[in-house]
Design a protein around this ligand. Structure first.
Ligand SMILES: Nc1ncnc2c1ncn2[C@@H]1O[C@H](COP(=O)(O)OP(=O)(O)OP(=O)(O)O)[C@@H](O)[C@H]1O
Ligand SMILES: [Mg+2]
Length: 391
């Protein structure tokens, strides 16, 4: 049983609050990712879970047991660091066996020469060596056991760091940006290996990254963090398609979501970028809103004669099967970016005018405070009837 509960964790360094009452429950066997920009407090929260850092207030539970004050090595959680933290003067085998030696041998038994002569050392050492060999084989690094970290590639070092965490058979794996020192191609490969490892071991993983692709592909749930607060905790698809907060919507997705100012012009009508769209959101007439439209939500052309966002093509980015088209639209500060299928958009050229439309149910609304404003009911499906000009 290795569920994790953070209950109102607070942490500050000096007068600067770093974590602001963070509460989060992670299920046994879940893969949960803490995702957020640099400096938001991800590593701090993970280090508190590992016992490497002490919170100022709040409680941490692992497997339903309060672990505040429990030393790191007694927490049954193993951490893989971004830097790998391997000892350069030790071989791979020694690096990997260290956590087991620390746990199974006492201080006398660990002494280089005398230790070997003491009762029990030999048997335990053989067991440790066997465990290291098994783990190394599972990770495909058994041929590297006698090498030192300086003579390994980045990917191999990363595997050794994972192996060192694995030999202990921890109930919880903690990983802090374990792939960030690898090149792009290796990162994708190791990402798949980490996912496979989680599936094979079936234990709880808490993973820290600022890379949304890693978070989206690996996780059962993603916790989006900003300035020491959790903004939303949900499965990847929900974080993407149904964000609770403008900052979540803007952090996830590439190209970035378009944010366009609009105003409720009549009940059930929002005017935006020179057009009016039907909408069923809870907002008064006259209310100012921000509309979030994902680049792939746009379609070429108008649903009706004037029911579209029109502008001038400023830039076209060719991405293979897709095109990213940047459109200058009167009254909209940032260019509007649409992701279109290349085969449908072949005739688009820079400097020409273009009309884009969007199905109303794919528009996300945010209030002044950045919180999402949701529709009253499920919007009607007939898209063609929904986007139209009012006056
Ligand atoms: N020992 C410390 N003393 C003072 N400030 C610290 C200390 N450790 C971290 N901080 C500050 O706390 C904030 C959160 O740090 P943390 O390392 O948790 O961020 P992070 O989300 O992991 O960022 P990154 O993605 O860059 O690793 C940062 O502003 C950092 O400068
Ligand atoms: Mg960090």
């Amino acid at each position: 049983m290795s569920s994790i509960d953070f209950h109102e964790i607070e942490k500050s360094y000096g007068a600067t609050p770093i974590l602001k009452k963070v509460s989060l429950s992670i299920a046994d066997g879940e893969f949960l990712t803490l995702l957020g920009p640099s400096g938001c407090g991800k590593s701090t929260l993970l280090r508190i879970l590992a016992g490497l850092e002490l919170q100022n207030a709040g409680t941490v539970l692992i497997g339903g047991r309060v672990v505040d004050g429990v030393r790191p090595k007694k927490r049954d959680a193993a951490m893989v660091f971004q830097s790998y933290a391997l000892y350069p003067h030790m071989t791979v085998a020694d690096n990997m066996s260290l956590p087991l030696r620390m746990r199974r041998l006492n201080a006398w038994q660990r002494l280089p020469l005398i230790g070997r002569l003491l009762p029990g050392t030999r048997g335990a050492s053989q067991e440790i060596a066997a465990e290291v060999a098994r783990t190394a084989e599972a990770l495909g690094i058994d041929h590297l056991l006698t090498r030192k970290p300086g003579h390994l590639s980045g990917g191999q070092r990363q595997r050794v760091a994972v192996g060192r965490a694995m030999v202990r058979h921890p109930a919880v794996f903690l990983m802090d940006e374990p792939l960030s020192n690898l090149d792009a191609k290796l990162r994708v490969q190791m990402r798949a290996e980490i996912k496979e490892l989680h599936q094979r071991l079936g234990v709880t993983f808490v993973y820290v990254t600022h890379d949304q692709a890693e978070a989206m592909t690996l996780s059962d749930r993603v916790a989006v963090m900003l300035d020491g607060e959790l903004l939303q905790v949900a499965p990847p698809q929900e974080i993407y398609a149904d964000p609770d907060d403008r900052r979540v919507a803007e952090f996830i997705g590439s190209p970035k979501i378009n944010m366009i100012e609009g105003v409720v012009s009549a009940p059930g009508r929002v005017s935006v970028a020179g057009t009016t769209i039907a909408s069923d959101i809870r907002a008064d007439v006259g209310a100012h809103l921000t509309l979030g439209i994902r680049p792939e939500a746009f379609r070429l052309g108008a649903y009706s004669e004037r029911g579209a966002i029109s502008g001038t093509v400023r830039l076209i980015e060719h991405m293979g099967s897709d095109l990213y088209v940047h459109l200058d639209v009167a009254g909209v500060k940032q260019p509007v970016v649409a992701r279109l299928l290349a085969e449908r958009a072949a005739s688009i050229s820079i400097g020409h005018s273009l009309s884009l439309s969007v199905e109303p149910e794919r528009v996300l609304y945010f209030g002044d405070d950045g919180r999402r404003i949701r529709a009253h009911d499920k919007p009607a499906k007939a898209a063609a009837a929904l986007v139209r000009e009012t006056a």
